[in-house]
Design a protein around this ligand. Structure first.
Ligand SMILES: Nc1ncnc2c1ncn2[C@@H]1O[C@H](COP(=O)(O)OP(=O)(O)O)[C@@H](O)[C@H]1O
Ligand SMILES: [Mg+2]
Length: 332
């Protein structure tokens, strides 16, 4: 798999912990992942799996009491050199230059990234001026063009709107415009369509797919919707309690899911992007263990129908088929 092809981002042994008064939350607990240039990596998993913290770790936006405590986030800068984002000062200049220009992030709720006090134009223009050597007038033209590309009608008027005067779908488009205006090599999209109604969800997904193809960027998309994964992802990582339980190409994962957690997820989360899914979905039995508890052995054992004595020990991550990784004793 990708022999001789350097990943855009190579994550190794990444741990991000929160040191709270109640104890330590191991939100990301030894993640290995590769994001390949121009490809889409989907991350799925239940709420609380550590998906958002993983994304924020790459951007170095994790706030205290959380911090990246171990591991590497090797980013291929494009000049043949790799830089370890895990070693950078999260407030320093080096990461600020990468954020927005090389790697951008969009969130489930656009109001997290859009400031209600400034027009969308002011915010996009500022982003351009930070990273590109252009005049304010040129930056405004670039912003209008980008708003047009993301399908905002009458962009030369809408550019002077405040975020709250746009509909949810239009706001999400504006946020995508802001994230993509400096042509990043990686877009991290954290549940970008979850807050939208189904028709708009499909439109935004289509837009992301088109822009991804036109701009050739890589995307890491976080979702709990399998339909979204099926439509857009090339590779998928299944995350549970801070660990990647399974990783494969999208075709391989859908045709041949191995981990009991992946199989249970497939029965419990929606497949469909375009229609409201009428079929009743099963709920995975049992609760997600307390994030403060240190679980010995397999993290899924307490909920797994296949669990045996062996699962009291932590299973290794093994390569079952080429490029298909699974962390489960059933396959050792
Ligand atoms: N600021 C914080 N303080 C303490 N725990 C946190 C903080 N942010 C996230 N966590 C914990 O980290 C774990 C992973 O959270 P998150 O990445 O948001 O999950 P997901 O995005 O998969 O739903 C959860 O147990 C969550 O409670
Ligand atoms: Mg999240």
């Amino acid at each position: 798999m990708f022999v001789g092809n350097v990943p855009l981002v190579q994550i190794r042994g990444l741990r991000t912990y929160f040191y709270t008064d109640d104890g330590v939350v191991r939100a990301v607990d030894g993640v290995d992942l590769a994001i390949h240039p121009g490809k889409v990596l989907g991350i799925i998993g239940e709420t609380g799996s550590g998906k958002t913290v993983l994304a924020l770790s790459i951007m170095r936006l994790v706030q205290p009491p959380g911090r990246v405590v171990e591991g590497n986030i090797l980013y291929a800068q494009g000049n043949g050199k790799q830089i370890d984002l895990a070693l950078l000062d999260p407030k320093g200049r080096a990461i600020r230059e990468i954020r927005g220009k090389h790697i951008s992030m969009i969130f489930q709720e656009p109001m997290v990234s859009l400031n209600p006090l400034y027009t969308i134009g002011e915010q996009i223009v500022e982003n351009i001026l930070v990273h590109q050597k252009v005049t304010p007038k040129e930056a405004r033209d670039i912003a209008i063009h980008m708003l047009e590309r993301v399908g905002i009608p009458e962009p030369e008027k809408r550019i002077d709107d405040y975020p709250h005067s746009l509909s949810g779908g239009m706001r999400q488009r504006a946020m995508i415009a802001m994230a993509l205006v400096c042509q990043p090599r990686l877009l991290i999209a954290d549940e970008p369509t979850t807050a939208l109604d189904v028709t708009v969800q499909a439109q935004i997904l289509e837009l992301l797919k088109d822009l991804q193809r036109q701009m050739g960027m890589a995307i890491m998309i976080i979702t709990h919707n399998l339909g979204v994964i099926a439509e857009i992802a090339d590779f998928v990582g299944v995350m549970y309690l801070g660990k990647i339980m399974e990783y494969a190409t999208v075709v391989e994962l859908f045709e041949n899911p191995l981990h009991p957690y992946t199989k249970d997820l497939f029965r419990s989360i929606p497949y469909c992007v375009r229609r409201k899914n009428k079929k009743r979905l099963e709920v995975i039995k049992g609760d997600i263990p307390d994030p403060y508890a240190k679980v010995e052995g397999c993290l899924y054992a307490s909920r797994c129908s296949w669990a045996s004595k062996k699962c009291l020990e932590d299973p290794p991550s093994i390569e079952r088929d080429t490029g298909h990784m699974v962390r489960c004793w059933l396959y050792v």
